[in-house]
Write a protein that binds this ligand. Sequence first.
Ligand code: SF4
Length: 401
Amino acid sequence: MERSKERVVVSGMRPTGRLHLGHYFGVIKNWLRLQEEGGRRFIFVADWHALTTAYAEPEKLRKNTEELMLDWLACGLDPEKNTLFVQSKVKEHAELFLLFGMITPKSWLELNPTYKDLKYNLLRVAELKENFRERAKVLVDEILPRLGLKVEDENLLREILTEELAEALVKALFEGALEADLLKRLNVDKKLLHQIDTYGFLGYPVLQAADILVYKGNAVPVGEDQLPHLELAREIARRFNRLYGETFPEPQPLLTEAPKVVGIDGRKMSKSYQNAIYLSDGPEEVEQKVRRMVTDPQRVRRTDPGRPEVCPVFTLHKLFADEPTLKMIEEDCRSARIGCVQCKRMLAAEINAFLEPIRERRRYYEENRDELWTIFEEGSKKARETASRTLEEVRQKMNLP
Ligand code: SF4
C-alpha cells in the first residue's frame, strides 16, 4: 500500500478523570475495533485541550492524565498496535497550531457551535443583569423617597444599591431557577460560563486541526456533534494547501454510532450528573449503584407488569446480556415473573463480569506506574518522529528557516 493512501487514524480524549461505561461504549470500544484493522493509529491524551476550560485547576491535570492512561491500557488498548502518547509531550502540535492560527479567519471560529452557545449564554446573563439593574433603579427611586430615608449621599446609595440588587437577583437566578431549568436545558456549566471566554477556548478547534494534521491524519472517529470541528480542520488543510502547496490530506470522519448509555438516574451517563458507573469501580460499588437505579416508574408493586422499553435497567442490560437472556428478562418483566430487585442483581453481575478483566489489567499498571509512563513516553517519542517530519515540510513550504 502506498504511504499516502494508508489510513492514518488520529483520536484523542481530554483527561477529565476516570472513565465510565459511557466512554467505553461511546469511544473505547470503537478504538479497540480499529486497532485490529489496517493503517496507523495515533491516540493521545489531550492535556492541552483540558486546559482550555480547566486552566485554573492545573493540580488535577497530572492525576487525570494518569487515570486516563490507566483506563486505556486496562481496556486493552495495545501500545504495539497504536501510538499512545500525551499531547503536551509533542511540542509540534503547538507549533502547527500557531502557524494554522495565522491562516484561520476569526469568523470560522466564531461560527463554531460550542463557541456560539457560550457567547449566547454570556449575552443572556449580561442582558438579564441589565434588565434587573433598570428595574432595581426604578424600585430604589420610588422606595427611597416613600420611606423618607435620609441619607447623606443619595446618588451614591442609589448606585450601590441598584448594582447590588442586580447582582443579587442574577445570582439568585443562577442558584435557583436558571440553574435548574435553563442552564440544564442548555447543558451549560455555570462556573465555566464566565471562565472560558478566552482566546484558548475560541482557538481550540485550530489546535484540534493541528492535532490531526501534524500526523497527516486522514480518518477521525467522531460523533455527529464533532462534525463541524472536522469540517474546520478540512478547511484549514485546504487553505494551507492552496497557499503553500499540497501538504495535508483532508481528514474524513469515521462516523461511529454510539449506543445509548444511561446513568443510574436514567439520564445520559455523565460525570457531571454523578450518575456514572466507572470502569474502575469495585464489585460492591457497582452493586450499590445498580441497586439505586431508577426503573419503570409505573411498576410500583412486585406484581405490577413492567415496561422494559422505558426502564434504564433494561437499557443497560442490552449492552451486556446475550440475546436469549435479554428476551427472557423482557418477557419476565412484562409478565411480572421477575422483580426489579432480582433484575438489578442480574445486571450488576453482568457488569461485574464485564469489568473484571479491565480491573485486573488496571491493578497491574497501578502497581507498575513506571511501566505505564514508559509506554506513554515511548509513544510520545514515536509520535514526535512523525510530527517533526511534517513540521520540517511545513517550515520549508512557509519559507521559515
Ligand atoms: S424488572 Fe427489570 S426491566 Fe422490568 S422494570 Fe424492573 S428493573 Fe426494569
